[in-house]
Ligand binder design. Structure first.
Ligand code: ADP
Ligand code: ZN
Length: 756
């Protein structure tokens, strides 16, 4: 485990006198599992504080890092001193420090890595506020006019500049002035010297949405279930005490309205708010609802912010200019002060989990921990809570509130399951059942809208050889290539590798290659073949590559530019289009078949969420689920939107096979260029770990990961189960220290999948 009190060169020497009055305990930005002591020079003593960014010498070089703590003595002699301070800004508040210490222990990651996660890299780097030069008049207009008259012949360029300056009210950006007057900086400088103009440095705000205006909306009168939920939350807010509220409310039941009124209450008590939403829900629809309710500055953090925008937003939060922060996963690390409320919307969402790099944290768990450290209220909201959260709510650890009816008098949609095997008997190969086609046709006639969901992008999911039964795989990854009609190429969804589809089988040279598997692109094209008049929009990773494209698709759909929206799970979340009356779920069978303990939960959630897009207005909605597994229990329960029924069945399976929430699961993955060596490393680690842990821990064997090779990197992993994360991590760290394994190791605490 990481030491974070003092460097461990020797602990027996007691308090040696150093030439420094104060000593800083420092965590450098490099991968080093200990802290170091440095002296603070006299000139820095007056302002040095924990949380500041510094640079300090190590092995003859300067390295940046943070001050963790300041103390009077160090057990070490001949300390080196901190070289410089990045600024006098405290980058990590006390509370974030405590959170970081906990994360380091819980997620088995060195503090330097945790700090990198907590602080956006643009803040830790040398970026500064955007500054621009602004030119203003130093003399009255009359004086300037007079100067122009006298100097028109002699210095026409200076006069041109002054004439531009007469047109502006307060002043003008230097760059703009030079462009307008077609002149150079030296002419402006000459006028500054003569005392006619002045050039000032101004700070430019790069915040997104700063110029947008929103219609104001008023709080709605809550129904009794909403009022009850809010009242319980208000109790926590008033007492300023830590409590986790699970707001379990069906889609469209008015959870967001409860959040809005809870935020209002927090703001009235001068408390600040963090609200997490899945990245994909950070659309104008969500933002608009919040901006139109509050006058206070709301900071929106999403991954498409430019570095400059991120820098400005972060400082606004730190300086308490922002009262509400809305953002995806990493917004939980916002340096907001006086935190009173944390909301995690769609708390079951997998995008809250970081899985591909350490620390493999879950933002929902961090939210609960941060709430505890700040003594504030936490709301977890969902129509399909994670089994973990619902279990905690039933056991009394969380406070449960239910919203069981739709808020706007609309009914939950009627759901039909269609057996695709029977459809194929009737009409041969088809993507669409007759029921779904009839449904779409009726909607087209009535001018209502349809959403079609399919969790595969591309045209065909595989190109394969019927003779040797082999699919065309990626050269760099253990996965088949997907055919994309638009570029007429096969592409790898893991690494982006593309090739022109081969006409003959590369293995057996057979000349009749076959395509199979359906993606969103094919669904769109085949729909046009059936309904030539239909107007469609498609939303998946291919159509949303560019900044703003996601927003544009939703806007076009909302304003009636299409009849049918086709998409991957991107369309499942939070969309509110009252005139969508039909949702078609085209195929979730492959997902159901993944050998993974969370597969059922994921499919249940996704169907319930997609189905929830239907009939959100006064018109009633209908959902059609197409499947080859019509008897499947998960589909049946999802069709009935019976979360509680699903929970009861699934929680028993979890209990029986000992999965979360009944035990902790840890995945340790080994990633390396050499297949054999990576496997050896994994096995070696596994065997050593076994010796470290008592028999209370179950260690499963080393296996290749679900994708055994990604980007030419081989991947082996094993799982272990047991009660105490801290004990497991301690053992892992001991083995890490002892073996110094030369490949990348990823420790994932409670991973979202036992397969990938
Ligand atoms: P959820 O977040 O649970 O999906 P929303 O908060 O989006 O639900 O609510 C669905 C719709 O119902 C929205 O249009 C919202 O404005 C409306 N709504 C919510 N609460 C009320 C209420 N108490 N009275 C009237 N309309 C409401
Ligand atoms: Zn690949």
């Amino acid at each position: 485990m990481e030491k974070h009190t003092t460097a461990d060169r020797s602990n027996d020497k007691s308090l040696i006198k150093t030439p420094y009055k104060k000593i800083a305990v420092v965590v450098l930005d490099i991968y080093l599992d200990k802290t170091l002591d440095y002296g603070i020079k006299d000139e820095h003593i007056s302002f040095a504080a924990p949380g500041m960014r510094i640079s300090a010498p190590i092995r003859g070089k300067l390295q940046t890092g943070y001050i963790l703590e300041i103390k009077d003595h160090s057990p070490f002699d001949n300390l080196q001193a901190i070289n410089s301070f990045q600024s006098e800004q405290i980058y990590l508040t006390q509370e974030l420090f405590e959170l970081a210490l906990w994360m380091s222990r819980y997620y088995a990651s060195p503090l330097s890595l945790i700090f990198k996660t907590i602080l956006p890299s643009v803040i830790a780097s040398k970026t500064t506020f955007k500054q621009q030069l602004f030119v203003i008049r130093k003399k009255t207009k009359d004086e300037i006019i007079e100067y122009c008259l006298l100097n028109r012949e002699k210095s026409p360029i200076q006069v041109a500049i002054l004439e531009e300056m007469l047109k502006v009210k307060k002043g003008i950006l230097l760059t703009e002035l030079l462009e307008k007057a077609k002149s150079s900086r030296s002419s402006v400088d000459a006028l500054v010297k003569k005392g006619l103009l002045e050039v000032d440095i101004v700070r430019i705000d790069r915040s997104p949405l700063i110029n947008e205006e929103y219609f104001k909306t008023k709080p709605k009168v809550l129904n009794s279930q909403q009022a009850e939920a809010l009242q319980k939350i208000n109790v926590s807010l008033e007492k300023k005490e830590f409590a986790v509220h699970l707001l379990y409310g069906i889609t469209g039941s008015g959870k967001t309205e409860v959040y809005l009124q809870a935020i209002e209450k927090a703001l009235k008590s001068n408390l600040r708010v963090i609200m997490l939403v899945p990245e994909i829900a950070l659309t104008s629809q969500t933002i608009e609802r919040f901006k139109s309710r509050f006058d206070d500055y709301i900071s929106i953090l999403h991954h498409r912010l430019s570095d400059g925008e991120r820098f400005d937003e972060w400082h606004k939060i730190l300086n308490s200019d922002a009262k509400i922060v809305i953002g995806a996963r990493s917004a939980i690390f916002s340096p907001i002060k006086d935190l009173g409320l944390i909301i995690v919307d769609e708390e079951h969402e997998s995008s809250y989990k970081q899985s591909e790099s350490m620390p493999c944290y879950h933002a929902r768990d961090i939210a609960v921990m941060r709430g505890k450290l700040s003594q504030c209220a936490v709301i977890l909201g969902s129509a399909t809570p994670s089994l973990e959260s619902y279990h905690h709510a039933l056991s009394g650890k969380y406070i449960l509130s239910k919203l069981s009816a739709r808020a706007e008098k609309s009914q939950l949609p009627k759901v039909t399951i269609v057996d695709m095997a029977k459809e194929r008997e009737k009409q041969g190969y088809t993507n669409y059942s007759q029921t779904l086609l009839d449904g779409i046709k009726t909607r087209l006639e009535k001018g209502e809208k349809t959403i079609l969901f399919l969790n595969r992008r591309g045209y065909h999911t595989t190109l394969f050889c019927p003779t040797c039964q082999e699919g065309i795989n990626c050269k760099h990854c253990d996965t088949t290539l997907t055919f994309h009609f638009h570029d007429q190429k096969l592409s790898c969804h893991l690494c982006g590798y593309t090739i022109i589809p081969p006409k003959v089988c590369p293995k057996c040279h057979n000349e009749t290659m076959k395509y199979k598997g359906v993606g969103t692109e094919q669904i769109e094209r085949s729909l046009h073949a059936i309904f030539p008049e239909v107007r469609t929009l498609r939303m998946d990773a291919d159509t949303t590559r560019h900044k703003g494209s996601h927003q544009k698709i939703l806007k076009d759909f909302g304003t009636g530019k299409a009849d049918v929206l086709i998409g991957t799970q991107m369309i499942a979340k939070g969309l509110h289009f009252p005139d969508v009356t039909l949702v078609g779920v085209l195929n979730t069978d492959t997902q159901l078949n993944i050998p993974d303990f969370k597969a059922s939960e994921t499919v249940f959630q996704i169907i319930t969420q997609v189905a929830g897009r239907a009939g959100r207005g006064i018109l009633s909605g209908e959902v059609i689920i197409q499947t080859f597994l019509p008897e499947n229990n998960v589909l049946q329960l999802a069709a009935k939107q019976d979360f509680e029924g699903f929970f009861e069945e699934e929680i028993e399976i979890r209990r029986l096979f000992s999965y979360s929430p009944f035990t902790n699961l840890v995945k340790i993955a080994f990633v390396g260029d050499d297949e054999k060596k990576t496997l050896e490393n994994a096995t070696n680690f596994h065997d050593n770990l076994k010796k470290q842990l008592t028999e209370h821990y179950l260690l499963l064997p080393v296996l290749p990961a679900g994708h055994a090779k990604v980007k030419d990197q081989y991947r082996f992993q094993f799982f272990l189960k047991g009660k105490s994360i801290y004990e497991i991590n301690h053992a892992i760290n001991e083995v890490k220290k002892k073996l110094k394994i030369p490949c990348k190791i990823l420790v994932d605490i409670n991973p979202l999948s036992t397969y990938f």
